[in-house]
Design a protein around this ligand. Structure first.
Ligand SMILES: Cc1cc2nc3c(=O)[nH]c(=O)nc-3n(C[C@H](O)[C@H](O)[C@H](O)COP(=O)(O)OP(=O)(O)OC[C@H]3O[C@@H](n4cnc5c(N)ncnc54)[C@H](O)[C@@H]3O)c2cc1C
Length: 453
């Protein structure tokens, strides 16, 4: 009888024979560097790692894994896994990275494993901007599968709303196109329905042709947080959809001691797409309940995260933001908070798509996204999910039943909270998964909380 080592060797050899790319196992020196990315909290240890040469390699590896009853986990840039992949085949998609912009059509074909930074660079050459998030190191496919929230989302909608088609390797090894005309139910699911349908090998996206953009960020001292946060939260309620406000508490180094300690400050940013005069007119009505410490002009996004660090985030998407909800948020972010930062991003506008059932994007009823982050040692503190649960419970009267998967962070998963998709949408997604992946090849990614699906 073959030992388990012999079985592993046989499968590794079969994989190597089936694909033109490379196969690695944890015994290989290259494995660790290839199996990891942003998240540093744990390591993936799947017994087989595939570096595909092209989509045919992905198809061959998936077909073989399914035939052997092994799970397959596509890996992008590792921002979105919430536990280690310890079983089956890890398909590293970075070798498939590519961007081809069609300036006439205003679209780009993007290979899996490409980052938003790479797409932004290629699009900028032709004067376009992608519908991306804040961080250029985030993977395009993972972001789009999970909805995709960025600086201009209120004006233009979620990233998933700008997907024209996706090319996907299904569990049986077939390669299919999903679009408005082909495999339409799968296409619905892939836009915001999260992972577990197949391995996406490329995606065609619409690029944004942004008119002028203006941005201003005002920073306020800790003592002014309650009064100014409340005033801002009233002010944002009726702004036109061309305005994309974001406000929250974040740490800032203390100047007195050379940055050895950090003090919370209030950051209130407003990004406008369109006419500068309209921006100035609206800005003239900005609440003056406190004086800002300083003001920055022009930055629509935060600086990218340079170094990976342990982080656990939590989010509640809100239908309304009455004063009682704002007070709950101020309390949660106040002195001695376990959350190093927390913010409200204003949604509504284009996020309330005319036909909310056109894609699987979650929480279409939400007009505000509230999210918090714990970092460093605190990310591991069991008190953090308890604190988050308390805030989420207090916000429950105004909360959406759903949260977009990209914001269904570690704290959501550790607390007993809202799932990304609820009701009919959750059932419809389960039906699509059952149809395209009856063997559960992609739905059994080790370490990924089932509630994230
Ligand atoms: C620092 C940071 C900043 C972020 N900023 C934003 C933001 O501004 N807006 C926002 O909406 N989200 C944001 N996110 C969340 C991020 O969009 C998701 O975590 C996204 O899934 C990351 O994709 P990835 O390829 O980097 O991660 P991975 O961990 O590699 O993949 C994430 C998930 O997508 C699946 N997946 C990846 N590639 C494929 C593929 N080719 N086929 C099928 N499934 C695939 C994986 O199986 C996994 O389930 C941020 C996350 C971090 C850590």
């Amino acid at each position: 009888m073959a030992t388990s080592e012999q079985v592993l060797d046989t499968f590794t050899n079969d994989l190597r024979a089936a694909i033109a790319g490379e196969v690695y196992t944890p015994a290989d020196a290259e494995y660790d560097a290839k199996a990891h990315g942003f998240q540093q909290v744990w390591k993936h240890t799947a017994p087989f790692l595939v570096d595909p040469r092209d989509e045919n390699d992905v198809a061959a590896a998936v077909r073989l894994a399914t035939a052997h009853g092994l799970p397959v986990s596509p890996l992008g840039h590792n921002h979105g896994y919430y536990g280690p992949i310890t079983e089956g085949v890890l398909i590293r998609t970075i070798p498939l990275a590519s961007v081809t912009v069609d300036p006439e059509a205003g679209t780009a074909v993007v290979g899996a494993g490409t980052t938003w930074g790479e797409v932004a660079q290629a699009a900028a050459v032709h004067g376009f901007t992608p519908s991306s998030g804040q961080d250029p190191s985030v993977g395009v496919v993972g972001f789009l599968l999970g909805g995709g929230l960025g600086a201009y989302t209120r004006t233009y909608g979620y990233g998933a709303d700008h997907v024209r088609s996706m090319r996907v390797v299904l569990a049986d090894g077939s390669i299919v196109e999903a679009s408005d005309t082909e495999n339409t139910e799968l296409f619905w699911a892939l836009r915001g329905g999260n992972s577990g349908f197949g391995c996406v090998v490329s995606v065609t996206i619409e690029l944004l042709n942004l008119p002028a953009v203006q941005a201003e960020t005002r920073y306020y001292a800790a003592d002014d947080i309650p009064v100014m946060f409340r005033a801002w939260a009233r002010w944002i309620q009726d702004l036109p959809a061309s305005f994309n406000p974001l406000g929250g508490v974040e740490p800032m180094p203390d100047e007195e001691n050379g940055g050895e300690t950090m003090t919370p400050v209030l950051m209130l940013r407003i990004v406008h797409v369109g006419d500068e005069a309209e921006f100035e007119d609206v800005l003239a009505t900005f609440p003056t309940d406190a004086e800002p410490m300083f003001v920055e002009r022009g930055e629509a996004q935060d600086q990218p995260v340079e170094e990976p660090f342990p982080v656990r985030e939590g989010a509640v998407f809100l239908r309304e933001l009455p004063e009682a909800a704002v007070d709950t948020i101020i309390d949660a972010l106040g002195a001695d908070s376990l959350f190093v930062a927390g913010a409200i991003q204003v949604l509504g506008g284009a996020t309330e798509a005319p036909d909310a059932t056109a894609t699987a994007v979650a929480a279409r009823d939400a007009r505000y996204a509230f999210y918090v982050a714990t970092m460093g040692e605190v990310a591991f503190d069991p008190a953090a999910p308890v604190a988050f649960q308390k805030v989420a419970d207090a916000l429950a009267p105004w909360a959406s039943a759903e949260v977009i998967p990209n914001f269904n962070g570690g704290l959501n998963r550790m607390a007993t909270l809202t799932s990304p998709h609820a009701g009919d949408k959750a059932e419809r997604l389960a039906a699509v998964r059952a149809a395209v992946d009856p063997t559960g090849t992609f739905a059994r990614q080790t370490g990924v909380d089932v509630r994230s699906r």
